[in-house]
Write a protein that binds this ligand. Structure first.
Ligand SMILES: [Zn+2]
Length: 261
């Protein structure tokens, strides 16, 4: 399986910083990401509520050479206030409008949202041979199943598919119906498990979910730390006494040598 070339194009001033290195370093057999262009001066929005219509983005973002999929990242809202639009000709757009705040408040990195969305584009490409425009085909389902193809009609629901998302049974059936070899779905599922919330916030989530266990483990940890620190202190004291005696012995011997007639 040859990884897809995903080219990123950032459009205009990004209100939220994006860790491009994180995206480019994401290890995947399904795709590789490269940031190829930054368009400094974004065109004026042409849709309601300062949004970009698909038509405006299509005329601004062109497929980049050698890219299988070109993904534009914008700060403004997209058509219909969706966070993702597939524009045709291998061009997609992802908006950080509202999404950056939603992901940050749930203690996710915005890059989790971007990587998760790119997996969706890559699957479309694998099945259709190209990424179909939003109006052409859609695998999105209304039910929230922690799946890459959750519709997330309420944008906040994206948080359920940012930590170890997956492909739900319905989407796996679609892959089988499209006669996609099972090792593709296995690779996707395996890699999606690596898309996680940070370790500290995973621990805090666990402590919030199981406060009794967290308290018990806290007590056990404090006892263990106390025992270990006492053990280290005792051995350090003994070692210091041994060293002091050795130094005194050497000092006395040299003093005796000097006073000998
Ligand atoms: Zn699904």
């Amino acid at each position: 399986m040859q990884p897809l070339n995903i080219h990123l194009v950032t459009l205009g001033q990004q209100k939220e910083p994006i860790d491009i290195q994180f995206l480019q370093a994401w290890k995947s057999k399904v795709f590789s990401v490269r940031h190829v262009q930054h368009i400094e001066i974004a065109p004026d929005t042409d849709g309601p509520n300062w949004s970009y219509t698909d038509r405006a983005l299509r005329s601004t973002i062109r497929p980049t050479p050698s890219a299988d999929v070109t993904v534009a990242i914008v700060s403004s809202p997209l058509e219909g206030n969706y966070y993702s639009r597939r524009l045709g000709e291998g061009v997609c757009a992802l908006s950080l409008h509202e999404m950056a705040g939603i992901t940050r408040r749930a203690h996710f990195k915005v890059e989790n949202f971007l990587i998760r969305s790119i997996y969706g584009y890559a699957i479309y490409h694998h099945v259709f041979g190209h990424v179909p425009a939003s109006a052409e085909a859609s695998w999105s389902h209304h039910a929230t199943r922690r799946c890459v193809f959750d519709m997330n009609g309420l944008k906040e629901d994206i948080v359920y598919s940012l930590h170890q998302p997956r492909l739900c049974e319905e989407c796996l059936m679609r892959l089988r119906a499209a006669q996609i070899p099972p090792d593709f779905a296995q690779s996707v599922q395996r890699e999606l498990l690596l898309l996680k919330k940070g370790a500290l916030y995973r621990f805090l989530d666990w402590a919030n979910a199981y406060p009794g266990r967290a308290l018990a483990w806290g007590v056990v940890a404090s006892v263990v730390i106390n025992v270990c620190s006492n053990y280290i202190y005792d051995h350090a004291s003994k070692l210091r006494n041994v060293l002091d005696e050795a130094v005194n012995s050497v000092t006395n011997n040299s003093s005796n040598e000097r006073t000998r007639p």
